[in-house]
Design a binder for this molecule. Structure first.
Ligand code: AMP
Length: 412
């Protein structure tokens, strides 16, 4: 026998109860998002590499180390999407969505790809539920999107902490970056090599470091939140007031730096202690400069993405019951197969969840299968005609052929 092929590192199959749990999560998220006016969007699994290089940012870990990038065979560089915001913004531009009433509110459930070191809660292909509201810089958009993710997490029983901050506008950030770079250089000796190497490129990431010396230095570092312009501060104050009004608790985290470059003003993250080291359940923020970076006019936007696997890991929900089976069609002899096949097809067409014996089992085996599937009714086709068994009451009666549906209708 030749060697068995397994799933690639960092990937997994979804089946059985896990598939049911995902479907339930999707249903919950869809209900909450669509009731808030979000419409579903699907974008391609791969995009032009430039979309992520420009949109997510050349200096980010995602772009520098984690993208699956390849030549499409015609000399163009394409990349398996590592995140969903840049593709949604690309679609907003491509379809002229600026002509629609703003903000345009879109949601997705898609898989994403990052060549990260796999561990519990961190995969190379993972799924995210995401929401984007594009075309308005109203702080109510920020508060509403955050609230929607909080609602989804609450609905699935995830206890998460909300951390909140504001990164201001690019100008403030640029000035602050210079100030932080000077501070980091003054403390260079105590920093990790990795952080030291990135003082020029991405000094903000120093806040993310695990290295003890770096962490100590960062405790005394100047904070961007203290450098915001009056306008940005006011925007942030309104976001906070709206969240307060909605009864959502959060903590201000002046060290909150998200891994993607495009964020401006509001940023936030939900974390759960149930997850161990990969504690981020979901997060996002405002990205008022992103659409310009990918070739569009200045267009504000705000959104988030939450990891499906992390939400399920952090959720204490009980296993989801499989969908019910209304009718199981069994037959005593092969000559009744055609009639059984027809009955099962008719029953399905009439909207009943119906199973038919497909494994060539004996009648006894078929009845066992019907029981295992939790079928409410079993129709048995045999020499004595058609009998119908109500599995709930145990009652069994002979019925006229062709009247099975008539008998079960109204009782399901
Ligand atoms: P990000 O797009 O990096 O802001 O991530 C948003 C959310 O997606 C995180 O909070 C995680 O829940 C999830 N996520 C990000 N990267 C991974 C990964 N490699 N594996 C599983 N989930 C991930």
């Amino acid at each position: 026998m030749s060697e068995r092929i397994k799933t690639p590192r960092g990937t997994f199959d979804v089946l059985g109860e896990a598939a049911l749990a995902r479907a339930a999560l999707e249903g919950t998220a869809r209900g909450i998002l669509e009731r808030a006016g979000y419409e579903r969007i699907e974008t391609p699994t791969f995009e032009a590499t430039a979309l992520f290089a420009r949109g997510v940012g050349e200096s980010t870990d995602v772009v520098q180390k984690e993208m699956y990038t390849f030549d499409d065979g015609g000399g163009d560089s394409i990349t398996l999407r590592p995140e969903g915001t840049a593709p949604v913004c690309r679609a907003y531009l491509e379809h002229g969505m600026h002509k629609l009433p703003q903000p345009v509110k879109l949601w997705y459930l898609s898989s994403f790809f990052r060549a990260e070191r796999p561990q519990h809660g961190r995969y190379r292909q993972f799924w995210q539920i995401g929401a984007e509201a594009i075309g308005s810089d109203d702080p109510a958009v920020d508060a509403e999107t955050i609230l929607l993710l909080a609602e989804i997490l609450e609905a699935i029983g995830v206890q998460a902490r909300l951390r909140l901050s504001s990164l201001g506008t690019p100008d403030t950030r640029a000035e602050y970056k210079t100030e932080l770079q000077a501070y980091l250089r003054a403390h260079e000796h105590a920093l990790s090599g990795d952080v030291r190497d990135r003082i020029d490129l991405n000094p903000l990431r120093a806040f993310d470091a695990d290295h003890a010396g770096t962490r100590q230095v960062m405790e005394g570092a100047p904070r961007l939140l203290d450098r915001l312009t009056d306008e940005d501060r006011e925007h942030f104050e309104i976001v906070k007031a709206l969240l307060d009004g909605a009864g959502l608790t959060y903590e201000i985290d002046t060290a909150l730096v998200r891994g993607l470059d495009y964020y401006t003003r509001t940023v936030f993250e939900f974390t759960s202690d149930a997850l161990g080291s990969q504690s981020g359940v979901g997060g996002g923020g405002r990205y008022d400069g992103l659409i310009e970076q990918i070739g569009g006019p200045h267009t504000p936007g705000m959104g988030w993405a939450a990891g499906v696997e992390r939400m399920l890991l952090a959720s204490p929900r009980q296993p989801v019951a499989p969908p019910p089976v209304d009718l199981y069609v069994a037959y005593a002899k092969p000559e009744y197969r055609e009639e059984a096949f027809r009955l099962a097809a008719d029953a399905r067409r009439a909207g009943h969840a119906t199973r038919l014996e497909l494994g060539g089992r004996s009648l006894k085996g078929q009845l066992k299968q019907a029981d295992r599937a939790g079928a409410r009714y079993v129709a048995i086709l045999g020499d004595e005609g058609t009998s119908l068994k109500d599995m709930e009451s145990g009652e069994q009666k002979t019925v006229e052929p062709g009247t099975v549906m008539h008998h079960i209708r109204g009782t399901l």
